[in-house]
Design a protein. Structure first.
Length: 250
């Protein structure tokens, strides 16, 4: 049940994108406003999303079945770049401004890129949805993704920060429970899966409200996760790490 829900939840994004691209192309064809050349880029994007959907099924299925992780060295900026293509439509639809910050010297990390990208997609999508649901004025809706080094323990921290209404105490208590959702169409499996993915990588996922200077008022929330720089042993299995260090391009 958990696996079916997780796969269905993660597939929402690429399937929505495929529908949007196809509808866009259809309406341009119907209006007779398109050349064959104009269709190449949207068709490439559609194919990429379909490929992504297939990868998600394979990786989430493997993760939930606890089979061998598919880890490789990847740079955080590349992960964010790949994830951006998946949540860009969501941000545009909800009129949310998106900014990124990368601290210098962030190293490559040994991880399963498809799974970590899905975590980023989930957190940004949740933030964008929260801004819209909270009725934050369009002109100030903002989500920031910050990536920096963290000393204790030596890790890279990714933080997704929004300026919504934050987390009510009863929501905060059940945030990571499977099937907990405050959304009408929500499946409530996103954060539960995100936390398992981060913990399997030896990291932590934390949600916190953000306050104004006098700490009287909630001004949004932040979801941050850390990933160890020294690759951790895959948490739940006997898969030892290969004696490998980042490629020299790191
Ligand atoms: P779903 O998105 O299907 O509801 P999730 O597990 O991703 O499932 O999220 C669970 C709940 O956590 C959401 O329904 C929402 O109430 C709350 N939540 C998640 N992210 C945020 C956020 N950035 N701001 C406010 N509430 C949030």
């Amino acid at each position: 049940g958990e696996m079916a829900s997780s796969v269905a939840h993660e597939l929402n994004q690429p399937l929505t994108a495929i529908t949007n691209y196809c509808n866009g192309m259809l309406s341009r064809i119907e209006r007779g406003q398109v050349s064959l050349q104009d269709l190449v880029a949207p068709l490439q994007k559609t194919a990429k999303q379909a490929e992504r959907a297939a990868q998600i099924i394979q990786r989430v299925r493997a993760f939930v079945k606890r089979s061998a992780p598919n880890r490789s060295w990847a740079h955080p900026a590349d992960l964010v770049h790949e994830a951006y293509e998946l949540f860009e439509i969501e941000l545009r639809k909800r009129k949310v401004r998106f900014r990124t910050y990368f601290a210098p010297n962030v190293p490559q990390l040994y991880l399963d890129p498809i799974l970590i990208e899905q975590v980023i997609v989930n957190l940004v999508k949740n933030a964008a949805e929260a801004l819209e649901t909270a009725g934050v004025e369009e002109s100030v809706r903002s989500v920031a993704l910050q990536v920096r080094l963290s000393a204790e323990p030596s890790s890279v921290e990714f933080a997704v920060i929004d300026n919504g209404h934050g987390l009510a105490p009863e929501v905060e208590r059940h945030l990571f429970d499977a099937f907990f959702s405050t959304k009408q169409e929500g499946m409530g499996i996103g954060l539960n899966l995100c936390r398992s993915i981060i913990e399997a990588h030896g990291g932590k996922l934390i949600a916190q409200n953000r306050y104004n200077e006098t700490r009287e008022r909630v001004v949004g929330c932040s979801f941050s996760f850390s990933l160890p720089i020294q690759p951790a042993v895959w948490s739940d299995s006997t898969h030892a790490l290969p004696p490998q260090s980042p490629p020299p391009s790191a």
